[in-house]
Design a protein around this ligand. Structure first.
Ligand SMILES: Cc1ncc(C[n+]2csc(CCOP(=O)(O)OP(=O)(O)O)c2C)c(N)n1
Length: 244
């Protein structure tokens, strides 16, 4: 199976804006699927609502585009119904961590065997760039024009507070690292959560003065460093994998 076989070309072009990071991540996933040698009938993809949530419709496998925040319980149902399937959840930070936050807490706690790719663009991209629970303190958004007053939710802390966990942070810039992490997550026999540092140019970045998605990629490049053997936690500017 080649990576292009995992794309539902009849749905092309995607709804993603030019320069959006989601397409970059989508591509790393299908590259990883080819490398892992998965067949189309061995995988199901589930997405919630949002720009990231449109991904389910672009994979040429059985997929479900569910209601906002509910990707994890639907994915769990599929996995329990057919434990031989690999079930991938591909959705946004607003969907998985915001409205779907309660499901995230308990699906992670119960260590359900799913692979989750969370596009963390720090905003609700699809609806215009509102402040999200992942928006950094001080950042100006549509709904925080004077800067966000709150600290973002600590996703790493939430996932790694469990008895067993797979938490990875990668980015839309560090694509080799991202592919490696995706393969490791699929091989992990439990709940594997990948937070992908991404960005939204049209509804978030432009408000902050960025002109192109490319400039936001370079910003990510400048901030994040890969830590290949982190001990207990990743620093705020580190990418890597924490497993237990
Ligand atoms: C129950 C419900 N509440 C609110 C909305 C509006 N809504 C659509 S997408 C979205 C945010 C999605 O954000 P995120 O998951 O970060 O995805 P992104 O678009 O940034 O990729 C919201 C609030 C909705 N569709 N349904």
């Amino acid at each position: 199976m080649q990576y292009k076989d995992f794309v539902k070309w009849s749905r092309w072009p995607t709804t993603w804006c030019g320069g959006c990071a989601i397409g970059i991540v989508f591509k790393q996933v299908i590259f990883s699927l080819e490398r892992m040698g998965l067949a189309q009938n061995e995988l199901t993809v589930v997405s919630g609502i949002g720009c990231s949530g449109r991904a389910a419709g672009y994979f040429n496998v059985d997929s479900v585009h569910v209601t906002h925040g509910r990707a994890l319980p639907v994915a769990e149902g599929i996995k329990r119904g057919n434990p031989h399937l690999k079930v991938l959840v591909f959705s946004g930070d607003g969907d998985l961590v915001g409205i779907g936050g309660n499901h995230l807490i308990h699906t992670a706690r119960r260590n359900v065997d799913l692979t989750v790719i969370c596009i963390n663009n720090q905003t609700y991209g699809m609806t215009g760039g509102q402040m999200a629970p992942t928006t950094l303190k001080g950042t100006k958004t549509l709904t925080s024009p004077h800067g966000n007053r709150y600290h973002p939710l600590n996703i790493q802390g939430l996932i790694t507070s469990n008895h067993n966990y797979f938490y990875a942070r990668s980015s839309a810039y560090h694509i080799n690292h991202l592919q490696k992490v995706i393969r490791e997550a699929f091989a992990w026999p439990g709940f594997a959560f990948i937070e992908v540092v991404a960005y939204c140019i049209e509804n978030f970045g432009r408000r902050l003065g960025y002109r192109f998605g490319y400039e936001m990629l370079l910003k990510i490049k400048g901030i994040y460093k890969i830590n290949r053997s982190p001990k207990e936690r990743l620093k705020e500017n580190e990418l890597g994998v924490l497993i237990k």
